[in-house]
Design a protein. Structure first.
Length: 231
């Protein structure tokens, strides 16, 4: 399986950290993770204002990126904005399973988009690329088929779109369950987050997965000088 980024022509400073973990135990309801999620939500409410959270540099950067590929971020918002909005408006995040809890924790701690996919459900190769517009996308926990806009940044395998608008909406195709054993966790970083900081965050994701899920865990950094890895 190849994993390739194909959008550096318009986003040359973009960095994606990728954590690959095999033979994990994606358990639900771990109390320590629940406590970590509760604490980071409280800290987020203390550092991000409900009134102007969209103006935070690490949310505003993604809103501008969305505009650059033709998406209105008021209608289709970056995942980090959606997560922060829920938290600052007082909604408590639910514990889902270990990997989901970890990437939600990391996303709030560092204000970066993060998500994951079950690699056993992937067909062919993985690419972050521009959409043609005829690709198949089935939203998380739904059944109806959607199609991305031509030129939209999508994360896709050879059969379906895994995530629309870069990191806006997860597909049902590769969602994580307690039975997930092989996973790719993505950490998306644009300036002001540096490449060095992106690697620090990605390393922390890997450490948390080893700690809470076990398995064989490695991480990789993809940028314009290193746009592809083999899994």
């Amino acid at each position: 399986m190849r994993y390739r980024i194909e959008i550096f022509d318009h986003f040359p400073q973009y960095v994606r950290g990728v954590v690959i973990a095999r033979d994990i135990e994606n358990r639900q309801g771990q109390q320590e993770l629940r406590d970590m999620l509760s604490k980071i939500q409280l800290q987020t409410r203390q550092k991000v204002s409900e009134q102007d959270y969209r103006e935070h540099p690490q949310i505003a950067n993604w809103r501008e990126a969305y505009r650059r590929f033709g998406i209105n971020p008021n209608k289709q918002s970056p995942s980090v904005e959606v997560l922060v909005r829920q938290v600052v408006k007082g909604r408590e995040l639910k514990s889902i399973n270990a990997v989901v809890d970890i990437f939600n924790y990391i996303s709030l701690k560092y204000l970066v988009p993060s998500g994951a996919d079950d690699l056993h459900k992937v067909v062919g190769d993985l690419r972050l690329r521009y959409a043609r517009g005829d690709e198949v996308f089935i939203p998380l926990n739904r059944q109806e088929v959607e199609h991305p806009k031509p030129g939209e940044v999508i994360y896709a395998d050879d059969e379906k779109v895994l995530c629309r608008c870069w990191n806006w909406r997860q597909g049902d195709h590769t969602k994580l369950t307690p039975e997930t054993k092989w996973v790719a966790v993505n950490v998306d970083c644009l300036p002001p987050v540096t490449k060095e900081k992106a690697e620090e965050i990605t390393r922390e994701v890997a450490e948390l997965i080893r700690r809470f899920c076990g398995g064989d865990v490695n991480y990789y950094m993809l940028d314009r000088d290193n746009p592809e890895i083999g899994i």
